[in-house]
Ligand binder design. Structure first.
Ligand code: 5GP
Length: 118
């Protein structure tokens, strides 16, 4: 069984415009914004607009929309930052490293020989 979605999580508030964010992109199903504690230059997050706690409860169509946006913006970011690669990362439940309980995918431009910040 999965835990219920919390309507007052930080990303729900960002989606409702109750908290500010540096928005990169938005479409009917997804929203993308810069991570407030970037682990590398250009680190951003992609989230579904539909309330979803993580990969365990998200509807497949919503997950597909998130990954389409990850690919679209990931390609653009690799180009814009002249990066050598991209790290795409996603955490589920506290034991899996999740801190904010609205599904999000991390996208981080990567450069040869440069480690991610902790
Ligand atoms: P995770 O759940 O993936 O382990 O971590 C949550 C991520 O969200 C972290 O990378 C953190 O820096 C980011 N984050 C947490 N709070 C905020 C916020 O208020 N605004 C933005 N833009 N990012 C946040």
């Amino acid at each position: 069984s999965t835990t219920a979605y919390d309507n007052d999580n930080i990303f729900a508030k960002i989606l409702r415009g109750e908290l500010p964010s540096h928005k990169l992109y938005e479409d009917d199903e997804t929203f993308a914004f810069m991570d407030i504690m970037p682990r590398g230059d250009g680190h951003f997050l992609v989230i579904p607009k539909k309330p979803s706690r993580n990969i365990l409860d998200v509807a497949p169509d919503s997950l597909a929309a998130v990954m389409r946006t990850v690919q679209k913006l990931g390609r653009a970011a690799k180009e814009a930052f002249d990066a050598d690669g991209l790290t795409v990362q996603q955490f589920n439940e506290a034991a899996g490293g999740q801190v904010v309980f609205h599904l999000h995918v991390h996208v981080i431009p990567r450069f040869e020989g440069i480690a991610l910040r902790p």
